[in-house]
Design a protein around this ligand. Structure first.
Ligand SMILES: CC(C)(COP(=O)(O)OP(=O)(O)OC[C@H]1O[C@@H](n2cnc3c(N)ncnc32)[C@H](O)[C@@H]1OP(=O)(O)O)[C@@H](O)C(=O)NCCC(=O)NCCS
Length: 378
């Protein structure tokens, strides 16, 4: 295969965490098929699996749940940073800054020891939903809602966002969406986290950098762009024409294509099912039907399959979540994968420092400023 750049096909780490079979559309966390986890597990249990490498016993799960629930509240300092950002920062700018600020008073901030990293990972998993919900309440002129330790991770987030305890179907759909985004092998943000960790920098720095990488529209930012696409097209009528036009202009259709999957992304299969169920109970069934229609048109025109971001957009929309929060929600889930990769990197570290091929000018003499022509300076 000719080198197309972008480190395609390059193995940069040995990892026990997650594997993908891109030809068959299989995603595995720690030996478990994501379909089985979506069917039987919870986000808390999946976090334990990803962090600790095995499914928890009943006692282990109970104690991890309690630890997460007890860690949800924000420090006064982090809360005030979020309040300050609510009026003028975009959601991912807020999250990137709030996670960074949260390191200031973290009791383990100066330790990269494995148990300190587990504690920091647990706190970040617990706090990021509180950050997103607080920001959203503040920016829409509402009082923040304190976390409820009686509620599970997914349900508590929806509660902090809306002020209402979610129905069973909404809570379970959101829980599964979090499971599906929890880890994904050596994706761009995870690689970013590992590069930062490899300098022996700390967990918060690595997660902050990963959030920056996730923000881009070719990565986690795609889910918001999908909703934008659905709203721009607005109706089922001209979808083929619209998709053909965009592809002819060489525009990317967000939520389609993948570096690794050459078939259906298994996460998209599950989210499509949820989106369909929610559409059937909604008075806005068009978002799902348009999505299905777009999927068909993109397959016919370009042979591309939907990825995780495509049906997560309509699913989140049906759950009443504002489009601007879709990528922060992705980060809220992926934080466990990033953290586990940081722990793995710290556990067997060598500085990640690749090379580049130099294609600049050959060695040349330094010209004093008065002897430089405009073109030579260019
Ligand atoms: C995810 C993504 C960045 C992977 O890119 P990649 O592995 O670098 O693939 P390439 O950019 O080399 O694309 C290969 C070909 O498929 C096309 N392609 C890939 N994704 C496409 C998309 N979403 N829409 C239109 N064309 C696409 C490229 O234009 C290219 O076509 P060409 O060979 O005719 O030039 C890419 O598929 C994409 O941009 N998707 C949209 C953004 C998205 O949904 N991201 C979330 C990923 S989970």
């Amino acid at each position: 295969m000719a080198d197309k750049g972008g480190l395609e096909g390059i193995v940069v780490a040995r990892s026990r965490l997650c594997s993908i079979d891109g030809q068959r559309g299989v995603l595995i966390y720690g030996g478990y098929d994501v379909n089985d986890l979506a069917e039987h597990s919870s986000y808390e249990e999946t976090c334990f699996l990803i962090l600790r490498g095995h499914l928890p016993s009943g006692d282990e799960l109970e104690s991890f749940r309690r630890e997460l629930a007890a860690s949800r509240a924000l420090s006064e300092e982090t809360a005030s940073v979020i309040d300050m950002l609510a009026t003028h920062a975009a959601p991912m700018e807020m999250l990137r800054t709030a996670v960074s600020a949260d390191s200031f008073d973290d009791p383990d901030k100066n330790s990269n020891a494995e148990e300190a990293n587990f504690r920091k990972a647990t706190r970040l998993i617990a706090k990021m939903p509180t950050m997103v919900a607080r920001y959203q309440r503040r920016r829409s002129g509402q009082e923040p809602i304190e976390p409820d330790a009686e509620l599970a991770h997914a349900a508590n987030f929806l509660y902090m966002l809306t002020g209402e305890r979610p129905r069973e179907q909404a809570a379970r759909t959101f829980d599964v969406a979090l499971i599906l985004h929890a880890d994904h092998e050596m994706n761009a943000s995870t690689f970013t986290a590992r590069v930062i960790a490899s300098t022996l920098s700390d967990m918060h720095s690595a997660i902050t950098g990963a959030i920056g990488a996730l923000k881009g529209p070719l990565h986690g930012g795609a889910n918001e762009q999908v909703m934008q696409l659905l709203e721009d097209i607005g109706t089922d009528e001209n979808i083929e024409q619209e998709i053909r036009g965009r592809l002819e202009r060489r525009e990317r259709i967000m939520g389609f294509g993948h570096r690794v999957y050459k078939t259906y992304d298994p996460r998209a299969v599950i989210l499509k099912r949820f989106s369909k169920q929610l559409a059937e109970a909604s008075d806005e069934p068009q978002w799902f039907s348009m999505s299905e229609h777009i999927e068909k048109a993109v397959m016919e025109e370009k042979g591309l399959y939907p990825n995780v971001d495509f049906y997560s957009a309509s699913t989140y929309h049906y759950l009443g979540i504002e489009t601007g929060l879709f990528t922060p929600i992705f980060a809220m889930s992926r934080v466990v994968g990033w953290a586990a990769h940081v722990i793995e990197q710290h556990g067997d570290n060598r500085l990640i420092r690749p090379s580049s091929e130099y294609v600049g000018p050959a060695l040349r003499p330094y010209e004093p400023i008065g002897q430089r022509s405009a073109s030579a300076a260019a």
